[in-house]
Design a protein around this ligand. Sequence first.
Ligand SMILES: *Cc1c(COP(=O)(O)O)cnc(C)c1O
Length: 474
Amino acid sequence: MATPDESVVHGSKASPKDLPALDKLLRECAPLVAEHGHTLVAREARALLDGVRARAVAGELPRAELALLPQSLATRVSQRMQPNMRAVLNLTGTVIHTNLGRALLADAALAQVLALTGAPNNLEFDLDSGGRGDRDDLIESLLCELTGAEAATVVNNNAAAVLLGIAALARGKEAIVSRGELVEIGGAFRMPDVMAAAGATLVEVGTTNRTHPRDYEGAISPRTGLIVKVHTSNYAVQGFTAAVDEATLAPIARAGGVPLMTDLGSGALVDLAKWGLPAEPLPQAMLAAGCDVVTFSGDKLLGGPQAGLIVGSKAAIGRIRKFPMKRALRLSKLPFAALEATLRLYQRPERLVQDLPTLRLLTRPQSQIATLAQQLLPEVAAAVAPRFSVEVVALQSQIGSGSLPVERLPSAGLALTPADGRGRSLDALATTLRELPRPVIGRIHEGRLLLDLRCLEEPALLTSQLTTLKEALA
Ligand SMILES: *Cc1c(COP(=O)(O)O)cnc(C)c1O
């Protein structure tokens, strides 16, 4: 540690007594204080002065920096006001990326969020009677029309829908699940734990790879409250397998006098095969097959906000809506507004590919993505040269979010290869890309950094940052 005496030796260095007092610095920055108020600016000024004082004491503060203090303070304050949650460019190739916020909202949904959340609204107010309303009533008939259900309700996410469904229908009773469907969906959401949290006793039937109708039949008893099917959305069991589908299970459940619930996870509301995408089970088909309750996510293939949708019979949905936990898991007004607007788009199936960003991105033809890659190649190559070479490559996008795990979508993008062949350079490049004003998220694969352009609908969001990227790499 340098002492103040030593620091005097360095003529170009500032000593602690050269630092302005807090009040003086604040007076110099009056416009900043006027804009942001005293509290924030003074706190940052104090922190700034503490930092430079320590460097002055150590004899390490260049005198020239003193003149820059107002500028440094303004930068600190503006950084403080920057939200940590930011828009990024998803060039990972995974369209519904859970870590990157899943589905992008449609314009109609965005407009509804804007229009309804800054104004009072009729979330729980009946405009006909002038009395208290129920938010579910705003959305139930639409959901029933789209799925063929008798009744419907919505909660915070699909995990909540599953938890609530099991709790409302099987608390204090047994819930039967196939061993092949005791899935972990991510984090702490594992079927056996959810059962326990819901207060139901898990009864496992069958084996990991094969479960038969007689397994369910043999497990039903007076203690049974529910049979649960879980769509194995984030993995595939292949080979010598057997599962009992909902159509086969429904009569067994009915004969046993217990409701049948199925968790679909991703929740496509239209047949994706129409657009050449892999088929996913539809809630409407599950209800037609005889399920009493079907749950699915709002922000996976549905293309809406985070939400859990629950559709089914009047009796089962009635029990779910009345269950006290429903109040704690209910959908808040922001996603509610977005969900209703998203569902309304499904009334115009011919327009869905244009209207729903998720579907638009999933159906984007490889040729179009490859053309974009060719267009961007020279600019990107110039920005990262000479340290990286760039080429257009064919890629395989994923749908993501546990939907359709084995399917791949032919895509295209740019592959950046380090001239020095070093993996460390690739990691550094990935970091630099993440540090751009609009962070660019790609993926490193086999010695290259890949930028899958399927989800880049506005190329300017990338090209406008290339100068910054070039400077950062220089
Ligand atoms: C994704 C998923 C869930 C959880 O849905 P969230 O909306 O993320 O809460 C539950 N079950 C299955 C089968 C899933 O795929």
